[in-house]
Write a protein that binds this ligand. Structure first.
Ligand SMILES: [Zn+2]
Length: 233
């Protein structure tokens, strides 16, 4: 992914206008291909594999400090997403403040349908939200993303007394701890994989879309230190 630095490429405003008019923009300028993140109107043209590749390409830009999402004209993006949204991906992440989903994937307004809950666990409300993202909005990929240093997973491993309803999260995360063991990273990764499997199986809507190859559900792990998202298979 190249950043908009060359004067061979259109101005930011021209780019945004072109992006909004077209699909995922790829320009050939002087033999150099410049691929840009998809715009809010881009999802309909992407396959599940392309949508996943777009997310991961954004994460590479994030890691290398070559963010392009802030170069989008936010005012224009907002204007064009007031009445509708066409995100190309959905992400279920933890509520942890160190996991800013759009930033991690270098995406802007209208690009990612985000659901967040401590421990990135599948609940009926989360399933309902992601079904809306997939069946109504047409996202092509759903990423269930755990992360390093997850407090919810850590608390489940420790199993200590906690105030209020915090412990209501534990039964959701326990299968990940059972599979991954007491190591925090292993448990968080196992939890993400288990939640992704749960989503595929518990949602008849998403199960059908997956069967029809219209949506891909994947699990991932975000490393707070490096900023890298690793896909878990
Ligand atoms: Zn967490």
């Amino acid at each position: 992914m190249s950043k908009l630095v060359s004067d061979q490429v259109p101005s930011r405003r021209q780019f945004v206008q072109m992006g909004l008019a077209g699909a995922a923009v790829s320009l050939l300028t002087g033999g150099m291909e410049l691929a840009f993140p998809p715009t809010a109107a881009a999802q309909s043209t992407l396959t599940p594999e392309e949508a996943l590749a777009e997310l991961m390409a954004g994460n590479k830009r994030f890691i290398s400090g070559q963010l392009t999402s802030f170069e989008h004209d936010l005012a224009i993006l907002k204007q064009h997403t007031v009445d509708k949204q066409e995100p190309f991906a959905a992400v279920l992440s933890c509520a942890d403040s160190r996991v800013p989903v759009e930033l991690v994937f270098d995406q802007s307004i209208g690009h990612i349908f985000v659901t967040r809950v401590a421990g990135n666990v599948i609940t009926p409300e989360i399933i309902g939200s992601l079904e809306y993202g997939a069946a109504v909005l047409g996202v092509k990929v759903i990423l269930v993303m755990g992360h390093s240093g997850c407090g919810a997973v850590k608390a489940t491993i420790q199993g200590k007394e906690v105030p209020g309803q915090i412990s209501s999260l534990f039964p959701h995360i326990q299968p990940g701890v059972d599979r991954g063991g007491p190591n925090l990273e292993a448990a968080a990764k196992a939890n993400a994989q288990i939640q992704a499997t749960l989503l595929r199986e518990a949602s008849t809507v998403i199960a059908q879309l997956t069967k029809d190859a219209k949506v891909k559900v994947v699990a991932g792990y975000y490393d707070l230190g490096s900023g890298a998202v690793e896909l878990l298979t």
